[in-house]
Design a protein around this ligand. Structure first.
Ligand code: TXA
Ligand code: MG
Length: 328
């Protein structure tokens, strides 16, 4: 029996009941699928950590459907926060502000700040409304593994451990939200994501992009090896479209940006965007890595993409997936 259900109005009502009773519902957002629980119920939130096998030091994002919740959940939304919220919510932007008393320590991993976002997906927004509470939700994957962009990914990875999986099709953006810390005078992007740095800067001026001191992650999405497939992955440098001289792996897959530049005997090739569109590439990124990871390969080679717009989020995920963070 499967607990994957199409996100009909009836299913949304049932899902809201599950959340209210302290259960877990996986649901689509415009970025990736989330694993949701009532953010104001610490026991329900604890189950998220168990199911994901997620370390308790890694805080969760609280998802809201109404703007007034911001004042309920955090203190001192500043001018920059207000501008970003007005311009980009609902959307793929998570903001970090000092938390209020209603947010428990388990959600924020003991930090004095909380991450909040209003997702731009009708299923996510309706679920929050049906539940009548903000929903704490990380991506619905086991900790450190590739994020899910379809209900099928969720079912394969953690299906039997959640009460319901709402199927709302493939996530249109395909990479996680951009996380921006607004607690200090100078805004800091902790995780490049579905909203580009350029778009953020157009509204609030210069922001810093975390260069990530990996020894001390401020945001655990910054852990060096994260978003990883089980198959080893290697990022190809321009001059390197050849097998290494060392032992030739038997089964090689390629994650190409536009089209494979080399005619190597790849077992499987997945193309991110044949017209070189970074949005399309981001939308396909996790889906195609999932496919490559399921193909029984010895190694996945990945081409680099240009580091502008959503290309930053893609390269960030690729570097973490390959464990190769020195290229930063
Ligand atoms: O697109 C997304 O953001 C998806 C969908 C489901 O909304 N969610 C998601 O959640 O990616 P998660 O838990 O996989 O990633 C949240 C990131 C983590 O890197 C976490 O460490 C960081 O946000 N984070 C959460 N609260 C934080 C805080 N108070 N300070 C710093 N980083 C925080
Ligand atoms: Mg995640």
């Amino acid at each position: 029996m499967t607990n994957v259900v199409k996100a009909t109005p009836k299913a949304l009502q049932d899902a809201g009941d599950i959340i209210r009773k302290g259960g877990l519902v996986a649901f689509p957002t415009e970025t990736v699928y989330g694993l949701g629980a009532d953010a104001l119920n610490p026991q329900a939130v604890a189950r998220i950590f168990e199911v994901k096998n997620r370390p308790r030091f890694d805080p969760l994002i609280v998802h809201i459907a109404d703007f007034f919740e911001v004042e309920h959940l955090c203190h001192s939304p500043n001018k920059k926060a207000e501008k970003l919220i007005e311009r980009f919510w609902p959307g793929p932007l998570t903001i970090i502000l000092p938390k209020s008393k209603v947010v428990s320590d388990i959600v924020t991993a003991g930090l004095s700040t909380v991450a909040i976002r209003m997702p731009a997906h009708p299923v996510a927004l309706n679920l929050i409304k049906e539940a009548g509470a903000p929903i704490a939700a990380p991506s619905a994957n086991p900790f450190g593994y590739l994020s899910p962009t379809t209900a099928g990914h969720v079912r394969e990875q953690i299906g039997e451990k959640v009460d319901m999986i709402l199927d709302g099709g493939k996530c249109p953006i395909g990479v996680e939200s951009t996380v921006i810390d607004l607690t200090e005078a100078e805004p800091l992007i902790l995780r490049p994501g579905g909203l580009s740095l350029e778009e953020v800067e157009a509204v609030i001026g210069k922001v810093k992009l975390s260069t990530t001191d990996y020894s001390k992650p401020r945001s655990p999405g910054q852990l060096p090896r994260h978003y990883s497939p089980r198959t080893p992955i290697k990022i190809l440098k321009e001059a390197e479209f050849e097998f290494p001289n060392v032992e030739i792996p038997k089964k090689v897959g390629l994650l190409a940006f536009m089209h494979p530049k080399e005619k190597l005997p790849y077992e499987v090739v997945e193309v991110l965007s044949s017209r070189g569109d970074l949005r399309e590439a981001a939308a396909n990124f996790f889906t195609q890595l999932h496919r490559l990871d399921a193909a029984g390969l010895d190694i996945i080679y990945a081409e680099s993409v240009p580091e502008v717009g959503l290309g930053r989020a893609i390269m960030d995920r690729l570097r973490r997936a390959s464990g190769d963070v020195k290229q930063y």
